[in-house]
Design a protein around this ligand. Structure first.
Ligand code: PAP
Length: 333
């Protein structure tokens, strides 16, 4: 591992809690390999920008008991979960079959705000505080790094949906995504695979990320709903109903009879969302300083695409580390 090094952390306006972030990163282990050095912060690899925004979120975010947090490791189906959750939670305001439904004109990523995005964290109090309850929020933060009150098992604790995915598909999705959004950062697939395998990827080690939420879902299943992308793909309607129950807006008998759960599945399906002009054209800066195509979040949307990218040896190697790291937890892929 490379020697710790300092990074220049810019401070903006009243975000004084970030003042310690520069000195904080200077004392953190750091490693190169991705487009910028990552820092090992609270047990996970983050960009300097992410260290800064996570610190801000932890200092400033005011959780509400009725907040619902959508938590994911990157490339595990965040966009899909945001679309489903938004549609379910807001269906009394926005009918699922309606040519004015927000999903038809807004990118799913924009309908549920991330807690820790750099440009958002700086306006955390203003933007997130202004949202009416119950708030629907999303995060890539590991369980242990959630701001106090989100992660605690108390009446203050928010409800959390965690979505994870077969790691072999995650690494493939991640590599394609970086290739698309960072064309100036060239990394061969086998190199990205090695880093991911070592647990060195954004918000990695992925197994620690999975386990943090998994363990909590075992202890407190009413508060943490743990889902897998593959299970959702296999039976989306069942999962849509499960999510509606978890959000405390279960489908009525009339809705069930009218096929509303199936309509939610259709509206949020990969094929439908990918084909919409708002998702297939245009660019936006969603992570602070990087303009990316809206289509970057819709690639193949398949289970098992890893077969087109990993050799048998690579697949076995990743399977072995996953088995070893998850051993005894009850979680398996
Ligand atoms: P993020 O974590 O960076 O926000 P995320 O949405 O998790 O991104 O990653 C995109 C993945 O979800 C892509 O997977 P792929 O590369 O294997 O194709 C994307 O295609 C997939 N995805 C996006 N929308 C949907 C959807 N509606 N249904 C299923 N998969 C989807």
């Amino acid at each position: 591992m490379a020697q710790p090094q300092s990074v220049d952390v810019q401070h903006n306006g009243p975000a004084t809690e970030a003042a310690g972030a520069g000195s904080l990163t200077s004392s953190l282990p750091t490693r190169e390999g991705w487009w910028t050095p990552f820092f090992f912060f609270q047990g996970f690899w983050l960009t300097p920008q992410a260290v800064k925004s996570v610190t801000l979120v932890q200092a400033r975010f005011q959780p509400r008991a009725d907040d619902i947090i959508l938590a994911t490791f990157p490339k595990c189906g965040t966009t899909w979960l945001k679309a489903l959750a938004f549609t379910l939670a807001n269906r009394s305001r926005h009918r699922v079959i309606d040519d004015k439904h927000p999903l038809l004109t807004q990118h799913p990523q924009d309908l549920v705000p991330f807690l820790e995005l750099p440009n958002r964290a700086l306006h955390l109090v203003g933007e997130l505080e202004a949202l009416p309850s119950p708030r629907l929020l999303s995060t890539h933060l590991p369980y242990a790094s959630l701001p106090f009150g989100v992660g605690t098992s108390s009446s203050l604790g928010c409800r959390i949906v965690y979505l994870c995915r077969e790691p072999k598909d995650v690494v493939v999705s991640m590599w394609h995504y970086y290739k698309k959004i960072r064309p100036d950062f060239l990394i061969e697939f086998h190199k990205a695979f090695e880093l991911f395998f070592e647990g060195f990827s954004l918000y990695g080690p992925f197994w620690e990320h999975f386990l943090g939420y998994w363990n909590q879902s075992v202890i407190d299943p009413d508060r943490v709903l743990f889902l897998k992308y593959e299970d959702m793909m296999a039976d989306p309607t069942k999962h849509v109903k499960m999510l509606a129950e978890f959000f405390r807006v279960p489908f009525s008998e009339d809705e069930e009879n009218a096929g509303v759960p199936e309509e939610v599945v259709k509206l949020c399906s990969f094929e439908n969302l990918k084909g919409l002009p708002v998702n297939s054209t245009g660019k936006a800066d969603r992570i602070g300083g990087l303009l990316m195509e809206n289509s970057s979040f819709f690639r193949s949307g398949k289970v098992g695409d890893w077969r087109n990218h990993l050799t048998e040896e690579m697949a076995n190697k990743l399977d072995c580390i996953v088995q070893e790291k998850l051993k005894g937890s009850g979680l398996a892929f």
